[in-house]
Write a protein that binds this ligand. Structure first.
Ligand code: CDP
Length: 229
């Protein structure tokens, strides 16, 4: 396939709570593409494993892969959702138990290969916006648009809490969330990679609308002259 005929992939990577998923979803809506959240698959595998064995110290890669085997992605209106059999796992994915154990699961090479296959399969049929930590490097090294989102940890923590609590958080709450995010960043360091050809966007002082506009503009630029996509 020639470079110009490959389906459009917009890859958005970045550390925890940098706004990847909400931005990716919005960008997908603006461009009429589908959104794939690779983190939701790591979270779904973790949720399935927690159901099978709540004690994470006993988990092995083979156990996680067996628990994750029935999980598949189904396209919703804008975003693919992970299903376990017929059950939409979405509600379970953002809980504390999943969040504190997901990095362990994400370090398992077999699990990474399983997630990458599912994400690539979803992108085969449709142009997509994908988000995660290694979409522009390991999973879609030839993606036509690559963005790496960063933001100050205090701002990331504040945004995550507003999303979770639906109110303005106290400073003490933000400080505790900064600790949690920083610890997860450290555990995820090896799998969080900025591609050398990714556009770095620091969103600390941007509104979500502004960051969406920038990425949409990059995608439109990439699509110029390639109307068959
Ligand atoms: O939204 P947030 O950044 O908090 O997390 P997420 O995107 O839902 O990802 C959850 C976890 O999955 C991360 O903490 C990583 O351990 C893992 N992950 C990964 O290793 N590689 C990816 N491409 C996406 C997620």
């Amino acid at each position: 396939m020639t470079e110009r005929r490959r389906p459009l992939v917009v890859a958005i990577d970045g550390p925890a709570a940098s706004g990847k998923s909400s931005t990716a979803k919005w960008v997908a809506r603006e461009l009429g593409l589908l959104h794939v959240d690779s983190g939701s698959l790591y979270r779904a595998a973790t949720a399935a494993m927690l159901r099978a064995e709540p004690d994470a110290t006993r988990w092995t890669e083979a156990m996680v892969l067996a628990a994750a085997a029935p999980i598949h992605l189904e396209p919703g209106e804008t975003t693919f959702h992970p299903y376990l059999g017929g059950e939409d796992l979405e509600a379970e994915l953002r809980g504390k138990a999943v969040t504190s154990n997901v990095s362990l699961v994400a370090q398992m090479p077999g699990v990474r290969a399983w997630v990458n296959r599912q994400v690539q399969a979803a992108a085969e049929g449709h142009p997509v916006v994908v988000d995660g930590r290694d979409m522009g490097t390991a999973v879609f090294p030839r993606a036509r648009v690559k963005v790496f989102l960063v933001a100050d940890p205090w701002e990331r923590a504040r945004r995550r809490l507003v999303q979770r609590l639906q109110r303005a958080p106290e400073d003490a709450e933000i400080a505790a969330e900064v600790d949690a995010l920083t610890q997860r960043d450290a555990k995820d360091e090896a799998q969080t990679q900025q591609a050398s050809d990714a556009v770095l966007i620091d969103t600390t002082y941007l509104t979500q609308e502004e960051q969406v506009e920038r990425i949409v503009a990059l995608a439109r630029q990439a699509l110029k002259g390639a109307p068959q996509d």
